[in-house]
Design a protein around this ligand. Structure first.
Ligand SMILES: [Zn+2]
Length: 74
């Protein structure tokens, strides 16, 4: 049954890497594509949000538009 433990460790490690990566993204500000306002996003929302390149399917807290881009760090 050793392979089960190995598989679980690999999945856990992959998940932890994913969370650390998402937490790095969450430090950035997001900019709404509709109203151009900046807002912060909880890292858990990024984890479950669809994204492609630097665009994220996250709802804007100001206007409700889904779709924003990550602001480059200053
Ligand atoms: Zn907006």
């Amino acid at each position: 049954m050793g392979w089960v433990i190995v598989t679980l460790i690999v999945i856990a490690a992959a998940f932890i890497c994913c969370v650390l990566y998402v937490k790095q993204i969450a430090k950035h500000k997001f900019i709404c594509k509709e109203c151009s306002k900046e807002f912060n996003v909880n890292w858990r929302m990024i984890l479950f949000a669809m994204h492609y390149e630097n665009q994220y399917e996250i709802r804007c807290p100001h206007c409700g538009h889904v779709g924003c881009t990550v602001k480059e760090s200053e």
